[in-house]
Design a protein around this ligand. Structure first.
Ligand SMILES: C[S@@+](CC[C@H](N)C(=O)[O-])C[C@H]1O[C@@H](n2cnc3c(N)ncnc32)[C@H](O)[C@@H]1O
Length: 675
């Protein structure tokens, strides 16, 4: 089957079964062997995406040239794909000259070309390039997001890059200037040096910076990484002299390599490795250090990077090598962090852990990546339906699909979609109750990882982050972690805003106080990033925990979080109930409900504790649950108890199956939203 037929199949398939275009193309693998793509998925994706972007123009051209009337074998989708390549792609139609599909288009070369010129002039574009810019601008589905580029200081410096890759570009003061420049036609070559994260640059999205062709990108000197995704490594603030670091959920390796770059700036590789003049540490030196490290002969930090998924671990390995951080990184491919033994000699010097577990991915920008497809009127269909065959305006703005929330009142809205944070797996949820159940299951998994991180004996600092917008995966997990026996035993508390590195201290968007049961100090210690708020970032959350007794330098610092959010007795001990759950100072209520504490959100018990879930955009309240379903989303036995499988996963009433994660399900899939 040709590339064109495969792309047509993807674009014609019911999107409700496929999530994003990316999911539909790349998620094909392993699901149904018969449906596996024969063409390279990247080629299918690029063709489908670009043709969709151009489809408002192509629809006009095809209809005016009456192509479908003259070539009855062509379907509207195939016509758009073929005419796209014929008119716009550099290499033309990727089929042999004698191929019937190619001939069916090229027979009409003169007419198609002249209609294309007319369509361009109607849009007042003096050149095809100008039209290209217009198409790109029209294809954007929402607010403009800059392209964030981390300058990898293991290989280069910002100054080097300003003199090479970005020579001739204008430096503008704010990211808003970059966003403005992106909407101009043609977009301007401007960049902004970020004021919060060192070595981070924002440039306009789209073709103004063709990163795929930039040498610095190909060699790992520049890394595409959203600003918010740089928060965790920066907040963890690793220092080579302090000891080793674990990146618990590492693939594809953005944060692992960021950690390595920070360590290198602080002398982790010794003076010969400093990137002055963009010289990377020599490979043999790095290998030597890695060996020394493993043998326990070096005083320098090592990053242990865990990745449960073997396939993704390969990506991690490649990225670590490309970024030049393999000298300080030991990848544990296919290793479940939860199975790492905190008491093992290898980890005795682990002082800091970065925890960026699988999550719902609800904060990711650009997930709904397919622009609307405009199809020419089908010659054989008398009543074409929208968007096909109607006189849609070519620049009609599409509605950006909103991340659905459990409390959406309008039941006629599309069903909520929850897409994993890997861009590949996806799940279409059939009800708000399933969304809540999924968030609860993810939260349970995230909390278990956090508690495991707390148990490393020498650990003093842990960052916890997600690219989720749901309080259930964020503030609620933080509260549950603070209330957990692991935190209680080992004295973990939140790193107060005042003690965070400057960029994080200055970052204005903080945790949701309502989701922190009204505790402003806890909310202030949490860092959020909101997408579409004009700051050009994805939806993100991060918080740092430090050990109560030790602090970073082994001493409790004055004013460092005072004595935390919980009520204490006269001896300074946190007051807890029989479950070990502490009481919040701010409200006098329990920090979490018993069910939240044990990681599953249901109404199994009569809960008189405060429901910290007053955020109506997140995981819902008991009241909502009661309204739509008197005893919640899970199946119950004759005694009203939630039915669970051997791994404790509850069974959903709606499907009769245990909570499914990432399309797989079961206890082993708790990390199923792989990224
Ligand atoms: C959100 S992604 C991490 C992204 C990464 N930190 C980065 O910035 O490039 C989560 C990753 O954790 C992995 N993972 C999930 N559960 C895990 C576990 N128990 N142990 C190790 N890795 C796990 C997933 O396979 C996925 O690759």
């Amino acid at each position: 089957m040709s590339l064109y037929h495969e792309a047509a199949g993807i674009l014609s398939g019911p999107s409700s079964h496929g999530g994003s275009l990316k999911s539909r193309v790349f998620g094909n693998k392993d699901k149904d062997k018969d449906k596996e793509l024969k063409s390279p998925p990247a080629a299918v994706y690029a063709l489908a995406l670009e043709s969709s972007k151009w489809s408002p123009v192509l629809k006009e051209v095809i209809e005016s040239a009456q192509l479908l009337q003259k070539e009855r074998k062509l379907t509207p989708v195939l016509a758009v794909l073929l005419v796209h390549d014929f008119l716009v792609a550099k290499g033309g139609i990727a089929l042999p000259q004698t191929h019937g599909l190619r001939a069916a288009v090229e027979r009409h070369k003169a007419r198609l070309t002249s209609e294309f010129t007319r369509a361009r002039l109607r849009r007042k574009c003096s050149s095809v390039d100008a039209l290209r810019h217009l198409v790109e601008a029209d294809a954007r589905t929402g607010p403009v997001h800059p392209r964030w580029i981390r300058v990898n200081t293991l290989k280069t410096t910002v100054d080097d890059q300003l003199e090479t890759t970005f020579v001739g570009w204008d430096v503008v003061p704010t990211v808003q200037d970059v966003i403005r420049a992106a909407t101009e036609s043609p977009p301007k070559r401007v960049l902004c040096l970020d004021g919060h994260i060192p070595n981070l640059i924002a440039v306009p999205p789209g073709p103004v910076f063709d990163f795929a062709k930039a040498d610095a990108y190909k060699t790992g000197a520049l890394i595409l990484q959203d600003k918010a995704s740089c928060f965790p490594a920066y907040l963890l603030d690793p220092r080579p002299e302090e000891g080793d670091i674990i990146d618990a959920c590492a693939a594809p390796g953005n944060k692992t390599t960021h950690l390595a770059a920070i360590l290198a700036e602080r002398g982790a590789f010794g003076s010969e490795s400093a990137p002055a003049g963009a010289s990377a540490p020599r490979q043999n030196k790095k290998k030597q250090k890695q060996r020394q490290k493993i043998q326990g002969q070096s005083e320098q930090s090592t990053i242990f990077a865990f990745e449960k998924d073997k396939h993704r671990a390969q990506t991690l390995d490649s990225m670590v090598k490309l970024a030049g951080s393999d000298g300080v990184t030991i990848v544990h491919p296919g290793h479940d962090f939860l199975k790492a033994d905190p008491a093992a000699a290898q980890f005795r010097n682990v002082r800091a852990l970065l925890l960026d577990p699988s999550c719902s991915g609800s904060g990711i920008v650009g997930r709904d990546d397919a622009p609307e497809l405009y199809l020419p009127a089908d010659a054989s269909a008398p009543n074409p339906t929208t968007p096909t065959g109607t006189k849609e305006k070519y620049n009609k703005k599409r509605k950006r699909p909103q991340a659905s929330t459990p409390n959406d009142e309008n039941s006629s809205k599309p069903l909520p979609q929850l897409v994993g944070d890997d861009g590949e797996t996806f799940t279409v949820l059939s009800s708000d109750a399933e969304l809540r159940a999924r968030i609860a299951a993810l939260a349970a998994f995230q909390l278990s990882l956090l508690q495991h991180a707390f148990s490393f004996p020498a650990a003093r600092r842990v960052t916890y982050s997600t690219c989720s917008i749901h309080a259930g995966e964020n503030e609620h997990v933080v509260l549950a972690a603070l209330a957990s026996p692991a935190a209680r035993t080992d004295g973990w508390r939140l790193l107060a805003r005042a003690d965070q590195p400057r960029g994080m201290r200055d970052w204005p968007v903080r945790g949701d106080a309502a989701a922190c049961a009204g505790d402003e100090a806890v909310a202030d210690a949490c860092v959020r990033a909101n997408r579409d708020d004009g700051r050009g970032v994805m939806g993100f959350f991060v918080a740092a925990f430090v050990r109560d007794a030790l602090g970073l330098d082994g001493e409790k610092k004055e004013g460092e979080g005072e004595d935390g959010p919980f009520v204490r007795d006269d001896d300074g001990r946190i007051v807890r109930d029989q479950h070990g759950i502490p009481t919040l100072k701010a409200t006098g209520d329990k920090a979490v409900t018993v069910d939240e504490f044990y990681g599953v959100e249901d109404d199994d018990e009569d809960d008189d504790s405060s429901d910290s879930d007053s955020d109506d955009s997140d995981s819902g309240s008991d009241e909502d649950e009661g309204e739509e379903d008197s005893d919640g989303p899970f199946a119950r036995d004759a005694h009203g108890r939630v039915i669970r499988d051997g791994a404790g996963l509850p069974t959903l009433k709606s499907t009769g199956r245990t909570v499914q994660l990432g399309g797989g399900g079961g206890a082993d899939e708790w990390g199923g939203f792989e990224d």
